[in-house]
Design a protein around this ligand. Structure first.
Ligand code: ADP
Ligand code: MG
Length: 683
């Protein structure tokens, strides 16, 4: 068997099942080998019946003590039952709706039963235990890997596939980590590590192997980020000499900038005067006033005769920025234009021409700005807002278009500082850690189905008082189409509730940009009472009169996302309320409690990081970097810091990774970052 062989040729898989493997991203033998378990199930403990503890899940080795009885209950359940003995004591075993188990038991001899032992009237009983005869031990008496799986493809399918591959493989995957580096960091060689993950001999061996693969993943990430950072230094930017003018700008505002805003503007100003391009990330909670900070920098650029560009991830947000900035900058005599996909061809042509001629100094848009045919006249500053919605690719393309421009990235997804320093190794970071004065904190509550009527009555009350309401629909993973459908159905159902007489509209990703704008305009104008929306509402929308938000199935959202959503309210003078309908167990409750207890985005992001379980990643893909499969940023901080050191050392010895021993690593970085940068980052 070769690594590149199709998965369908592995014994027991075939054409039809291969489609299920494909859903997991497994197409070849190699893919399967790198489809790593996310945890272990410990079935290694084998106990004598005499030592069993009520309620524990263990293995018992025993032989049949009597014949097997099979009967049907009135409820048409097939019951298979017998007693087994380990030589000293007796245990009862029962299976429901598994008549075939009688065949397994026919062979006689010893069996291993793995299940929960319950003490029932003088005797222990196991119900539906995993049962294996001595000849075919696979699923009991050992540690078993637990894989990410999909409907129709169970753990057994995945385990069997891996086992078959490990038995028949004629070549080994190549280790991308150079030998010297592996030795320095005491790393297991790749293949033994893979084996330890798929067929773990002990929990320690499994963890050591996991760390080996996590290290590799983080090394690729760190090396890639550093190389990107280095490449940017090759560019030079137009220095904006006069930044003092920002003081006049600030004076013209209807409010005093916060201390934090002033500090960040100063940090940005210092960068702008240099010929080294600014590469700065501004983190600030929702409502902290990032737009004003951006506008101050844009003012400095425009005042010196250059263009300043602000790119937003959605049409709604771009439009909103455009409206605000146009008003602001017209008072200074600068022309502001918008360029976004939803505009008519004629409007677009007009904007593009003003951008090219340099007539437009303040340019706002969506990623339409990086499309073919857009030429800037003299860009000096490129700002991307809510950057986690963009891939690094777009960031880079825009930077390249505006070659010679300073770049500023703004994000409202605060991430813990330790993490951001490492993840954004190539960026300088400023934090706006203060909200403008006079904000009323948002009161946040959880609710369950029983409270629905009360909640809806409360909502109705608020609308009667003149307020407006957002309702965020449950998150469904499947597809845009399904998400849209659920929002539409939800709004339909509202018409059967106490909210039926209000003006309700639906907003989702499948609605065309022009129509979406219409809906948002109506909502802003107060002509809609309740906006039922999917998460398209998440970023930047600013309607001060909207003071209530209901979130359905809140447990399905990440904490940071809930915080983002909640940031849509509490933007005006009114007391605001966020009510989260949620169900689920302890973890869900714990997460909801955090939301109710604090409005601090940084605290929430730290908790978010802490609470996300293994296998889930945080902050990487959504920040435009390649996804992590093995490493867990909440558990592997130390590993991350090792990987960072290793990457630094590696690159200081071989900055372009041109040495022969670094080629495999270089290729890996290329492929991992390829979705990120079209041209590759290592030319
Ligand atoms: P962010 O993008 O960080 O979520 P915005 O820039 O949209 O926040 O600002 C939110 C609101 O606060 C806007 O209406 C803005 O005009 C206002 N604002 C910004 N800075 C101040 C300030 N220093 N004092 C009072 N209001 C402010
Ligand atoms: Mg904003």
């Amino acid at each position: 068997m070769k690594l590149s062989d199709s998965i369908k040729y592995v014994k027991g898989i075939g054409e039809a099942r291969a489609k299920l493997f494909a859903k997991l991203g497994i197409f070849t033998v190699q893919d399967m080998l790198f489809h790593l378990p996310r945890s272990l199930e410990d079935r290694s403990e084998v106990k004598a019946i005499a030592d069993l503890i009520d309620g524990e899940t263990v293995c018992v080795r025993a032989a049949l003590a009597q014949g097997v009885k099979t009967y049907r209950t009135r409820g048409r359940v097939t019951v298979t039952q017998t007693f087994v003995s380990d030589g000293a004591n007796i245990m009862k075993v029962t299976w429901f709706n598994a008549p075939y188990i009688a065949n397994t038991l026919k062979s006689g001899g010893e069996f291993t039963f793995y299940g929960r032992a319950i003490y029932r009237g003088q005797v222990f009983e196991m119900i539906n235990p995993v049962t294996e005869s001595e000849s075919g031990i696979k699923k009991t008496g050992r540690l078993l890997p637990v894989y990410p799986s999909t409907a129709g493809l169970g753990q057994t399918n995945l385990r069997n596939a891996v086992e078959n591959i490990l038995d028949n493989l004629e070549e080994f995957p190549k280790d991308i980590i150079p030998n010297s580096l592996a030795a320095e960091n005491n790393l297991l060689p790749l293949f033994p590590a893979l084996k330890n993950l798929h067929c773990p001999q002990s929990a320690d061996a499994f963890e050591a192997a996991r760390q080996r693969l996590a290290f590799e993943e983080l090394l690729v990430l760190q090396t890639g980020i550093r190389i990107m950072g280095e490449e940017r230094k090759n560019y030079s930017a137009t220095p904006i000499k006069n930044v003092k003018c920002i003081a006049e700008f600030a004076k013209a505002l209807p409010f005093e900038l916060t201390k934090a805003q002033k500090r960040v503007i100063n940090e940005i100003s210092a960068d702008l005067t240099k010929t080294t391009p600014m590469n700065r990330l501004v983190q600030g909670d929702v409502g902290s006033g990032k737009t004003m900070v951006a506008a101050a920098a844009m003012y400095a650029a425009a005042n010196s005769g250059y263009q300043a560009i602000l790119m937003a991830p959605t049409e709604i947000l771009a439009m909103q920025h455009f409206k605000n900035l146009k008003k602001l900058f017209s008072s200074f005599g600068f022309e502001t234009v918008l360029l976004s996909g939803g505009m008519s061809a004629k409007e677009k042509r007009e904007s593009i021409s003003k951008i090219k001629s340099g007539e437009a100094k303040i340019i706002v848009g969506t990623h339409a700005l990086i499309s073919e045919g857009v030429e800037f006249s003299n860009p000096a500053l490129v700002i991307t807002d809510e950057q986690h919605r963009f891939g690094v690719r777009q960031r880079t393309t825009l930077t390249e278009k505006g070659l010679g421009a300073h770049t500023l990235v703004m994000t409202a997804t605060p991430i813990p500082r330790t993490l951001s320093l490492i993840l954004y190794g190539d960026l300088d970071i400023s934090v706006i850690d203060e909200l403008p004065p006079g904000r009323k904190p948002i009161e946040t509550y959880t609710a369950n189905e029983k409270m629905r009527k009360r909640v809806f009555d409360f909502v109705a009350n608020k609308i009667h008082q003149g307020r407006q309401v957002y309702i965020i629909c449950p998150l469904i993973e499947e597809s845009e189409a399904l998400i849209a459908k659920s929002a539409i159905e939800y709004a339909e159902n509202l018409k059967k509730t106490a909210l039926k007489n209000f003006r309700i509209e639906v907003l989702h990703g499948r609605i065309k940009a022009a129509q979406r704008k219409e809906i948002m305009d109506k909502f802003t104008a107060g002509e809609i009472d309740i906006l039922v929306s999917t998460t398209v509402i998440e970023v930047g929308v600013d309607v001060a009169n909207a003071s209530v938000m209901l979130i359905e199935n809140a447990e399905r959202f990440g904490l940071s996302q809930l915080h983002q959503l909640r940031g849509r309210i509490g933007r005006g003078e009114y007391e605001s309320y966020c009510i989260m309908f949620s169900e689920g167990g302890k973890i869900a409750e714990e997460r909801m409690k955090i939301m109710c207890d604090t409005n601090d985005g940084f605290k929430i992001s730290e908790k978010d990081l802490e609470l996300r379980g293994p296998g889930e990643f945080f902050g990487v893909r959504q920040h435009g970097l390649p996804e992590l499969k093995v490493a867990n940023l909440s558990l592997d901080m130390q590993l991350l810091s090792h990987a960072k050191d290793a990457a630094e050392k590696l690159l200081s010895a071989d900055p372009k990774l041109n040495l022969p021993e670094n080629q495999l690593l270089k290729n890996k970085i290329h492929s991992r970052f390829s979705e990120v940068s079209e041209n590759g980052i290592l030319n």
